[in-house]
Design a protein around this ligand. Structure first.
Ligand SMILES: [Zn+2]
Length: 107
């Protein structure tokens, strides 16, 4: 089975061009946890409804909200390549709600 790999510049997850063509400057990329649920970046305040808390083990992933492909930050940082770690259904209510919550905070 072929593993899909996104383009990435150096070891920087924010430079990923997703397999579907999305980038940070297009539909954006969202930091998420190992279930693909977007995380809240603030550590010491209440977590907004819908978002997951920052993983204590710092096991972070980058979610493409367009297609649901998820990349492992650790793999990108270590190898400068961005294989697709797993995929989530961005239309599933738990994920869709978290994506909405994420954008509400950042706009
Ligand atoms: Zn994508």
């Amino acid at each position: 089975m072929d593993i899909e790999t996104a383009d990435v510049t150096g070891h920087d997850v924010t430079t990923i061009t997703c397999v579907c063509g999305n980038t940070v400057s297009q539909s954006g990329l969202i930091q998420c946890n190992s279930q693909g649920i977007p995380v809240y970046i603030g550590a010491n305040t209440a977590i907004p409804a819908g978002l997951a808390k920052w993983p204590e083990d710092e096991d972070l992933y980058t979610l493409c909200p367009s297609c649901g492909r998820v990349y492992s930050d650790a793999v990108v940082e270590e190898t400068a390549t961005a294989p697709v770690a797993f995929r989530v259904d961005v239309a599933a209510s738990r994920i869709a709600e978290a994506i909405r919550a994420h954008w509400q905070l950042s706009t």
